[in-house]
Design a protein around this ligand. Structure first.
Ligand SMILES: C[S@@+](CC[C@H](N)C(=O)[O-])C[C@H]1O[C@@H](n2cnc3c(N)ncnc32)[C@H](O)[C@@H]1O
Length: 314
């Protein structure tokens, strides 16, 4: 299937990296990339997973004008009600979005429902092309597990959109095993588990362990998550398909007597990763790490940035 991803511009480089990591995880390939658009081909990919994409869609056809689009393809989708939307990708689109909406809409049999359509056909219009798509998912869908909707949180709790981006960067698939060695209130575990990933979380702080368990139960994700109270540096669990974590950095996330240098040493993290798999580690500063593949700044708010390190084990 061909996918059309319309990415946000939230953090430089991150939306495209997140989508590409997911495409790669499903053995797909990017066919085209321009502005904040990615077009890709992949089988079995679940685009609902993406946190930094406005719209994930199935690409139905593309043409220079609406009269050259194969609108007969739209009748192959089963639906009772529909809506047609159009998004300008550029200041001067090749054809007016109003005309495109009207012409596409007039060729579709079924009831128009602008409030709750069963299917949304979305045209994306660049300076020289119209991309006709069927919408699969959109940006707002990860908000239900926001920090203030959880029974337990602390100042360092990770919001779902951030956590989801990190899990996706690791390229882990549903059914894979993920470790968060510093899980705190479980922000990363919640998102990974909601994607069908089996999760192990560790934290040395007893209150955080209880809180993470409470959060996991609250969202009915208990079956795929285990949370242990343990000092990661003394822990001898097995190897995982991904390690995704926000490292402790003092202040609201305790270091338990260790220095930042000790805690930011990623060798121990790599010991728990299977070869060829990825660790995605967040720190308040840029770390010097072996096997660094990608590095991003994730701006949380005006005065706070987190630094995302993607490391692949040989
Ligand atoms: C930045 S916070 C994690 C926040 C988490 N992502 C969340 O959503 O709540 C880091 C966590 O590491 C824990 N921690 C610090 N040293 C640890 C150690 N040696 N072993 C395990 N956990 C540790 C702290 O208690 C803290 O909860």
């Amino acid at each position: 299937m061909k996918f059309f991803f319309y990415l946000t511009k939230n953090h430089p480089g991150l939306p495209a990296a997140e989508a590409k990591a997911l495409i790669k995880a499903f053995d797909g390939k990017v066919i085209k990339e321009f502005d904040n658009v990615l077009i890709a081909e992949a089988k079995g990919l679940k685009p609902e997973r993406l946190a930094l994409t406005h719209f994930s869609c199935e690409l139905i056809d593309e043409a220079e004008s609406v009269s050259n689009l194969d609108l007969a393809k739209l009748s192959s989708f089963p639906f009772n009600s529909f809506s047609v939307e159009a998004v300008k990708l550029t200041e001067k689109p090749v054809q007016s979005t109003q005309i495109i909406k009207k012409r596409v809409g007039s060729r579709i049999k079924g009831k128009v429902d602008l409030e709750r359509p069963e299917i949304v056909f979305r045209a994306f219009v660049s300076h020289d092309k119209i991309f006709l798509t069927r919408q699969i998912s959109k940006y707002s869908s990860v908000e239900e597990r926001r920090v203030n909707s959880r029974p337990f949180s602390h100042p360092a709790s990770c919001q779902p959109r951030q956590a989801r981006t990190l899990v996706n960067l690791s390229g882990i698939k549903s059914g894979g095993k993920l470790l968060d060695p510093f899980c705190g209130s479980g922000g990363i575990l919640l998102e990974a588990a909601s994607m069908g990933v089996e999760c192990t979380g560790l934290d040395l702080d007893g209150k955080s362990v209880e809180g993470a368990r409470e959060n996991v139960e609250f969202f009915d994700l208990g079956e795929s998550v285990s949370v242990e109270q343990a000092d990661f540096f003394e822990w001898s669990g097995g190897e995982f398909d991904a390690v995704v974590s926000e490292l402790p950095f003092g202040k609201s996330s305790k270091l338990f007597g260790r220095t930042k240098k000790e805690v930011f040493d990623v060798e121990k993290v790599l010991d728990h990763l299977k070869p060829g798999c990825k660790a995605v580690l967040v720190a308040p500063e840029e770390l010097e790490v072996p096997g660094l593949q990608q590095f991003f700044e994730q701006r949380i708010h005006k005065s706070l940035s987190k630094f995302v390190h993607v490391i692949e084990k040989d």
